[in-house]
Design a protein around this ligand. Sequence first.
Ligand SMILES: Cc1ncc(COP(=O)(O)O)c(C=O)c1O
Length: 360
Amino acid sequence: MARVYNFSAGPASLPEPVLKKAASELVEYPNAGMSVMEMSHRSKAFEGIISSAEALLRELMNIPAQYKVLFLQGGASLQFSMVPLNLFSKSKKADFVHTGEWTKKAIPESKKYGTVNILASSEDKKFSYIPKLDKSTFTPDADYFYICSNNTIEGTRYAKYPETGNVPLVADMSSHILSEVMDVSTFGVIFAGAQKNIGPAGVTVVIIREDLVGKAMDITPTMLNYATHVKDNSLFNTPPTYSIYMAKLVFEWLKELGGIPAMEEINKKKANLLYDFLDQSPLFKSPVPKEYRSLMNIPFVTGNEELDKKFIAEASKQGLVTLSGHRSVGGMRASIYNAMPFEGVKKLVDFMKKFEMENK
Ligand SMILES: Cc1ncc(COP(=O)(O)O)c(C=O)c1O
C-alpha cells in the first residue's frame, strides 16, 4: 500500500525524509554498532543526540539563554499537574482562559493545588473563538497565567497573546509549536507533547524560564519537579531515547527547509488553500471565525451528519485518511501539521470540490 495523506490530530504525519533517515539508521546508528533503541542513555553517542536536539531546538525557536529546555515523559497531560506543582510558589493563584477540551482538562489539575480564576471562556459558542480579555480583571499577584495557544479539537488559535506583565504566561503549545515564528521571551513556560510537530509520541518538550525552576511545592514528587530534570539535563532517569532521536531528525529537517520562517510561509499557504475553499463552498463550512483560525487544525462540516460520514468514507478511499472530527464536536477535521505537504492539502481540496459537485 502506498503512503496516504494522514490528517490525524496526533500522533500525526512525520516528514517522509525523516522516516527514511531513521530507517537507514535503525539497525546501526553511525559509529555505534547498535540501534539508538539499544543504546545507554549515558553513552557518548546518546549524549550527542540529546545535546544536538536541544541545540537545534534553541536555534530554531531562538530560545534565550535564560530558558531551560527539557525532554520529559508523561505527555502534555502531565504538564497540567507539573505546572501548578512547580509554579504555585507565592499566592497560589492562577488565571486561566478557558478555550476548549484541553483547558477543560488542565483547569481541575491546577485547582487541586491552588485557586483558579477563569478570566474568560468561549464555552458559550462551543469554543469556536478566543475570548477577548479585559486586563483589569487579571489577578495582579497570580503565580501564573495559563492558556492553550492552539486548540487542537476546536481549531482556534491566539492571534495575539495576553500581556501579563510580571505574571508568567504558561502556554500549552502542543499542536502548533514550531509552526510559526514565536517570541519565546513572552512566555514563562511553554510545553508541547511531541506527537504533532516534534516527533513520535513519548517525549514532551518543556521550555521554562530559569527563575521559575526550583520553587516547587513541598509535596511535589521528585520526578515532577522541573529542578530535578534541569539539574541532570533531562537525564535524571532513562528518557524516551528513541523519541528524542526522532525529534532531533525532525529539527534537522526543519532547519534544512529554512527554519520556522520558511515553515510558517508553507503553513499559511496550506491553511489559506483550505480556508479559501471553505469560505466560498456552498456545501462545506468552517465553524471558526477568521480571526481565530488555527493554521494547524481545520474543522469543517456539511451540516448533515450522514453526508459527513459519506465524505470521510470516500476521502479515505482516495488515500485522504483520519479526517473525522473529534468525538466531542463531530464533522471533519484536517490536521495539517508541518509534515503535511502542500500537495496533501491540494489533493484534499480537489477531492472536496469533486464531492461537492456530486452531492449538490
Ligand atoms: C493542545 C493539547 N494539549 C494537550 C494534549 C495532550 O497531550 P498528551 O496526549 O501528550 O498528554 C493534546 C493532545 O492532543 C493537545 O492537543
